[in-house]
Design a protein. Structure first.
Length: 168
C-alpha cells in the first residue's frame, strides 16, 4: 500500500493528508501572512478543503497560484485581472506549461500598454515642467477659475486608462 487514499471506482486518487497543507504552512511557504491566504481564498483566487474539524487544508499547487498573485502584485497587476486569468485555469491541479505561456503573453501585452502610458505621461510631465507656463495656450494642465470642475472629479485633461485620450 502506497499511502494514497483511493476511493473504489474513483478515477483520481484522493490526496494524502501529507499532500495537504495548513493555512500556516501555506503562509510560511508563500511568504505571506495567514490572513492574506484567507483573503485570497475569500476572493476566489485559491481554494481549500475542510477537515472534519472545519480546518482549512490546501493542495500544494495553491503555492503556485500564490506565487503568481505575488508576482502580479509586484508588477502592479490588479487582483481583478488575476481573477480573470485564474478563471481559465484548472482548479484541481497545477496549471501546465501552456497555461503559464498564455498568462505570460496576456500580461506582457498589459505591461507593454502600461509602459507606453507611463512614457507618454513622462513626456507630458517633462513638457509641463519645461514650459514654465510660458505657453499657456498649449498647456494641458492649466485650468483658470476651475472651469473643468463642471466635467467631473479628478484630472480632466491628462487621460487615465479608463477615460481614454485627453480632449484637445
Amino acid at each position: 500500500m502506497d499511502g494514497t487514499a483511493d476511493l473504489p471506482g474513483s478515477p483520481e486518487p484522493r490526496p494524502r493528508p501529507a499532500d495537504l497543507l495548513t493555512v500556516g504552512e501555506v503562509a510560511r511557504r508563500a511568504g505571506v501572512a495567514a490572513s492574506a491566504v484567507r483573503f485570497y481564498e475569500d476572493q476566489g483566487l485559491i481554494a481549500s478543503e475542510r477537515t472534519s474539524g472545519n480546518q482549512r487544508r490546501y493542495h500544494r499547487h495553491v503555492l503556485r497560484r500564490l506565487s503568481l498573485i505575488l508576482v502580479a502584485k509586484r508588477l502592479g497587476i490588479p487582483l481583478a485581472e488575476v481573477a480573470e486569468v485564474f478563471a481559465g485555469l484548472p482548479a484541481d491541479r497545477m496549471p501546465d506549461k501552456r497555461d503559464w505561456e498564455r498568462i505570460s503573453r496576456r500580461w506582457a501585452a498589459l505591461l507593454a500598454a502600461r509602459r507606453r502610458e507611463i512614457e507618454r505621461l513622462e513626456s507630458e510631465l517633462t513638457g509641463c515642467i519645461g514650459c514654465g507656463c510660458l505657453s499657456l495656450r498649449r498647456c494641458r494642465v492649466l485650468n483658470p477659475r476651475d472651469a473643468l470642475a463642471a466635467d467631473g472629479p479628478g484630472p480632466r485633461r491628462l487621460p487615465s486608462e479608463e477615460s481614454g485620450p485627453a480632449p484637445g
